[in-house]
Design a protein around this ligand. Structure first.
Ligand code: NAP
Length: 301
């Protein structure tokens, strides 16, 4: 298939490469052109605007946040201007349900469709085409996009015809991950103070009651304090927490755990950890317990 790919960050690069490996013809655009030029050397075609990437009728966006998605979608250089009538915008960034709903409406008014398809999985999963995709939008749009989604992911979870539902489920999943990070960090600090290596606790938990990827992955990250380079940067994690709390407030759903995580993330950002992985806020539990020595390791140090 001919597809345009907009946003070649930590996730987008691996996803675009998966499409190339699966034999699709991929036009790429990135705000900083060097990343698009790198992929051009691997068979993609670098283009000059999101609109140009969308000319073939199908465009994928994978950018940082709501403002970035708005910037690459709207305006004369945006995806919406480039897509022909009948075109499809596959919106894979993690953004608010409200933004997804608004953009879906604008595409519909232009005779186009938006399929929201945010993902679970970090850059390594993106590079290995092992993402889990949450897909919501018109049924025919999902069928049209399916070969692309299957080239990038290991499983597609359909969520019905309202695109905002995919964004809401994605934010809810990330909320649960943050509660796991906080709970694991507190538990590890307690056993460490009690004289038991936290690595042993994580080993026991993940081989018994908690044998799940999130406990395994973040347990290892916390114990080894592997926060750099960031797979998912703390400011993006804070963005997801903020969007979740906004959606929760709008729906009249108190989420006290999300509020607690919000404060943890603010504290981590205040310590200058913006270039670290989002799980670095878990280190605050060690600090609070008087266990952490010095700042966490950074790339290149
Ligand atoms: P990233 O490495 O920070 O990349 C962000 C991308 O957005 C870059 O291509 C960046 O362009 C672009 N961008 C930012 N602001 C822009 C703007 N105003 N206009 C145009 N482009 C803009 O982020 P990522 O980790 O790939 O995440 C991308 C999306 O996937 C986010 O919504 C994130 O929440 C979600 N996600 C991430 C992970 C993960 O583990 N990393 C997992 C699941 C979902 P430049 O290169 O020019 O900066």
């Amino acid at each position: 298939m001919d597809v345009g790919f907009v946003g070649l960050g930590a996730m987008g690069q691996g996803m675009a490469r998966s499409l190339l490996r699966a034999g699709h013809r991929v036009s790429v655009w990135n705000r900083s052109p060097a990343k698009a030029e790198a992929l051009a050397g691997e068979g993609a075609q670098a283009v000059r605007s999101p609109a140009e990437a969308a000319r073939g009728g199908l465009a994928i966006t994978m950018v940082a946040d709501d403002a970035a998605l708005e910037a690459v979608t709207s305006g004369e250089d945006g995806v919406r201007a480039g897509l022909p009538r009948g075109g499809l915008h596959l919106s894979m960034s993690t953004v608010s349900p409200a933004t997804t709903a608004r953009l879906a409406k604008a595409h519909a008014a232009a005779g186009q469709a938006l399929l929201a398809a945010p993902v679970f999985g970090r850059p390594d999963a993106a590079a290995a085409a092992k993402l889990f995709v949450l897909a919501a939008g018109p049924a025919d749009a999902l069928e049209r996009a399916r070969p692309l989604l299957e080239a990038m992911g290991q499983r597609v979870f359909p969520l019905g015809d309202d695109p905002a539902h995919a964004s809401l489920v994605k934010l809810t999943g990330n909320f649960l991950i943050t509660t796991v990070i906080e709970a694991l960090a507190e538990a590890c600090a307690l056993v460490e103070k009690g004289g038991i290596p936290p690595a042993r606790l994580v080993e026991i938990l993940t081989q018994s009651l908690f044998a799940a990827p999130v406990y395994q992955g973040y347990g290892k990250t916390l114990v080894e304090e592997r926060f750099s380079p960031a797979g998912f940067a703390l400011p993006l994690g804070a963005k997801d927490n903020r969007l979740l709390l906004q959606a929760a407030e709008a729906a009249g759903v108190p989420m006290p755990l999300a509020s607690l995580v919000r404060d943890r993330m603010i504290a981590a950002l205040a310590r200058g950890w913006a270039d670290l992985d989002w799980s670095s806020f878990g280190r605050l539990s060690r600090e609070d317990a008087g266990l952490a020595k010095g700042p966490p390791a950074r790339a290149g140090t």
